[in-house]
Design a protein around this ligand. Structure first.
Ligand SMILES: [Zn+2]
Length: 152
């Protein structure tokens, strides 16, 4: 199981240039604006929601919804954020890239499980012997473990 590149996503320094460079990304104004909007919330926003935030803050500054979508794809592909699928809803995005468990509420909103509870849930599936057996029996290499609890 790979933990991926070292991540500084929780940095409060606002040093986006170094952060982006560490992920092999050029630091553009659009990426900064979109990443800042994502990193400032724990709400796991959708692209539309980030677009609303960015539009309000920057007076749109030439950033279209399509640009927000594309930028979020780029950021997630480079490991700067996580793209989270939700059942029957739009993808949500998370600047917190450490493995942690989520809860999807009945209204479709997504929350982080509190850290202690997330650790307990994740511990059950982080067992190296379990992962090794899954990899052997299914012929796959397990990368990231993603756990999502759904409220009903
Ligand atoms: Zn999260």
């Amino acid at each position: 199981m790979s933990s991926g590149p070292t991540c500084h996503c929780q940095s409060e320094s606002g040093d986006y240039r170094a952060l982006f460079a560490a992920h092999g990304l050029r630091c553009t104004r659009q990426r900064q604006v979109v990443y800042a909007a994502l990193a400032s919330t724990r709400e796991h926003p959708t692209a539309e929601s980030i677009y609303d935030t960015v539009r309000d803050e920057s007076g749109s500054a030439g950033i279209s919804l399509a640009t927000v979508y594309n930028t979020l794809e780029t950021l997630s592909n480079c490991g700067l954020c996580r793209k989270l699928a939700t059942p029957g809803g739009p993808a949500r995005f998370d600047a917190l890239t450490d493995e942690h468990a989520h809860v999807v509420a009945t209204d479709g909103s997504m929350m982080d499980l509190p850290e202690d509870l997330s650790d307990r849930v994740m511990a059950g599936v982080r067992d190296p012997e379990l992962i090794a057996e899954i990899e052997k029996r299914l012929g796959v290499t397990v990368g990231r473990i993603s756990i999502q609890l759904t409220a009903e």
